[in-house]
Write a protein that binds this ligand. Structure first.
Ligand SMILES: [Zn+2]
Ligand SMILES: [Zn+2]
Length: 171
């Protein structure tokens, strides 16, 4: 199964490949340079921010004390010949993450089937991905997805700084 390197969407057909990375469409493929520069964030800097951001209050329920992570949930809905699906990622505590996975399971199981032929094919995939997420044990350390998100934030910040410096008039 192939999923988009940027948004995590399940790619059934189409998509683009850049340097061995798969993207679901041109919007996600445009993020490729940022994703590449995110790989260059030094491990030590990364770890420091990962530890710090994991301890923040949950953006969804505002509770503190449970480590934050990235929780993906997957939806599909169909209407006769049309089937659309997507993956959402949220940063939250595990409780909030599981709540979204459960809601998306119900959403997909109710609305996913009613399309030929893709609804029948994609619905079990999306439901299965949610169920895997629901039963995954509480992560003891930050997941690769969370590290990636922190990397991206740092890379974005770095690119912005570089752009600002480029705009400064030369003394
Ligand atoms: Zn994508
Ligand atoms: Zn929460």
């Amino acid at each position: 199964m192939s999923e988009c390197s940027n948004c995590g969407k399940f790619i059934l057909f189409g998509g683009r490949t850049l340097d061995g990375q798969r993207y679901c469409g041109s919007a996600c493929a445009q993020r490729h340079p940022l994703l590449r520069s995110a790989e260059r964030v030094p491990a030590q800097v990364l770890q420091q921010y990962v530890e710090q951001w994991r301890k923040d209050a949950c953006p969804q329920c505002k509770r503190k004390g449970e480590p934050l992570d990235v929780y993906a949930h997957h939806r599909v809905h169909s209407f006769i010949l049309m089937t659309q699906w997507s993956t959402q990622r949220q940063v939250s505590c595990r409780r909030c993450g599981r709540r979204s996975q459960l809601l998306s399971t119900l959403y997909s199981a109710t609305l996913g089937w009613w399309g030929m032929p893709w609804g029948l094919l994609v619905t079990p995939i999306q439901v299965g991905r949610n169920v895997v997420g629901l039963f995954r044990p509480t992560p003891q350390r930050a997941s690769p997805a969370f590290e990636r998100l922190v990397r991206l934030q740092l890379a974005q910040h770095q690119l912005k700084l570089e752009a600002q410096q480029a705009q400064l008039p030369a003394a």
